[in-house]
Design a protein around this ligand. Structure first.
Ligand code: ZN
Length: 488
């Protein structure tokens, strides 16, 4: 082959390579295995960043490119287990589309964390001293923020653990931190210890950590992803636009601030989140099933020692949603009572929702959680004798993230990119139609035995008086305890 032919062949190889590169960059959507293979362009520049980057196709964010370091975490059994943990516990039993898992959500949060830090770096990188390791840390924090979740997500830490280990201070956030260390050690991941520390928390440049988990005002990419993902999966409305908010943010005095014109969009974020809590996460039927699931875990715990697995990441990563099937299909007689509850779940013979009570605003501060014991103590003679083990009470709080406070009062805004002043916005300056109170407390009562609850109990509470005195009096008695001694 002559010199000219050799040169032409080389050009052709480069062209083919470029085509492959552009295909991978924009058009190929295969999950996971589409590695970039072209490492050099015609000038010999090495695309080190892209060399081992992989593309995953996500139904919310489309193509998500995962860099080599992040892949070292993704391709571990500890991260892959997130595929077996439903994002929304048992919500799919009421909203059939809500079958997505912590795996997709973690990738989505990774993607948005990348978008946010890249945007801030592009506009303010020099001013804020953002370097490559900052970007790396923020992306990994997004990817790994939920790696400490247990089976069925919040069912495990909100319903099961408080009952089996009352007073135990365990949180999935702390387990996430322990799990990250465990993965790094186990899989010999080459990551600088300073970078690793910043993945878990960041004292300097606090705005970096706020991108994924914002302790100041609750606006973070974790929420952006789950609000978008959950509303889509459940087919409910979403008036909040995360992309608009991300296009209008800026760091001022180490704090992420938003353009004043986005104030209503910020309210929409909190309002949509509250709607999700009310209509999906705490739907009365979902709650009934989650209470049943927690009871099944409680009954299986003596035999399976589930609660002992929370002490170390080495044991904890082996727990996921498949535990439900393991209990259901086990041959051991010790699991019979847990199996009976799961069978009721399958056959939709659920704990019967009796009624709910919305705590009045003026009683909110001093209202104590209602217990099954309160209910049993408050029953009047009605021919039906309730026992504590027949009743489940669910005390639910729904807020806009900051209890009774208006969350937007914790958000800082700026007028435009020419001004350097940040300020708070009073909601009256935005609209008089915005909420004036920011917390709901709801007491729900369930009977484990449907035969104890006559059909009439499904009537609204105010129509109950005299028709089903047992349940009604318990709710009334609980209110009276605000001025009377507790019943227990
Ligand atoms: Zn999350």
């Amino acid at each position: 082959m002559g010199l000219r032919n050799l040169s032409a062949a080389f050009d052709m190889i480069l062209e083919l390579g470029d085509q492959k590169f552009s295909r991978t960059m924009g058009l190929r959507h295969d999950e996971h295995d589409e590695a970039f293979t072209l490492s050099q362009n015609a000038t010999g520049h090495v695309f080190q960043e892209r060399l081992h980057t992989k593309c995953m196709h996500d139904n919310v964010h489309r193509s998500i490119y995962v860099d080599a370091l992040s892949l070292r975490f993704v391709d571990t059994e500890q991260f892959q287990r997130l595929r077996d943990i439903r994002q929304l516990g048992l919500c799919h039993m009421v909203y059939p589309g809500a079958v997505h898992t912590r795996f997709e959500h973690s990738l989505g949060t990774y993607y948005l964390a990348d978008q946010a830090i890249t945007r801030i770096k592009n506009f303010q990188g020099a001013e804020l001293g953002i370097d490559r390791s900052d970007v790396k840390a923020v992306k990994l924090a997004g990817l790994l923020h939920d790696i400490g979740h247990g089976p069925f997500s919040h069912v495990f830490d909100n319903e099961f653990l408080p009952k089996i280990l009352p007073g135990e201070k365990w949180s999935h956030e702390e387990m996430s931190v322990d799990m990250i260390d465990y993965i790094v050690d186990l899989h010999h991941i080459d990551i600088d210890s300073g970078d690793l520390r910043r993945v878990k928390s960041s004292k300097e440049k606090r705005f970096l950590y706020d991108i994924v988990a914002n302790g100041r005002n609750g606006i973070d990419v974790d929420k952006f992803d789950y609000i978008e993902r959950d509303t889509r999966a459940c087919g409910i409305g979403n008036s909040f636009s995360y992309s608009r908010l991300m296009e209008n943010m800026r760091v001022m005095d180490d704090e992420i601030c938003y353009r004043a014109k986005e104030a209503r969009n910020v309210y929409n974020l909190f309002q949509t989140r509250a709607d999700l809590h009310r209509t999906v996460y705490t739907h009365p039927k979902v709650k009934a099933m989650e209470l049943m699931l927690a009871d099944a875990f409680l009954l299986a715990n003596d035999y399976l020692l589930i609660s002992e697995q929370i002490q170390s990441p080495e044991d904890f990563w082996k727990l996921d949603d498949t535990i439900l099937k393991a209990i259901e299909t086990a041959c051991q007689p010790e699991l019979k009572s847990a199996q009976e509850i799961i069978l009721r779940l399958r056959r939709r013979q659920l704990y019967q929702f009796c009624n709910e009570y919305a705590v009045p605003k003026e009683m909110m501060d001093h209202f104590k959680d209602v217990t099954a014991k309160d209910i049993v103590c408050a029953q009047t003679r009605s021919g039906v004798e309730l026992r504590e083990e027949d009743i489940v009470v669910n005390n639910q709080k729904i807020d806009l993230t900051r209890g009774q406070e208006d969350p937007v009062r914790s958000v800082s805004f700026f007028q435009d990119y020419e001004s350097n002043e940040k300020f708070k916005i009073q909601k009256e300056r935005i609209s008089h139609l915005l909420p004036s109170f920011f917390l709901d407390r709801i007491v729900r009562v369930y009977s484990k035995k449907p035969e104890l609850v006559p059909v009439s109990s499904l009537l609204p509470l105010h129509k109950w008086d005299g028709r089903f005195p047992v349940i009604f009096s318990l709710l009334r008695a609980r209110l009276v305890t605000e001025v009377c001694p507790r019943l227990d």
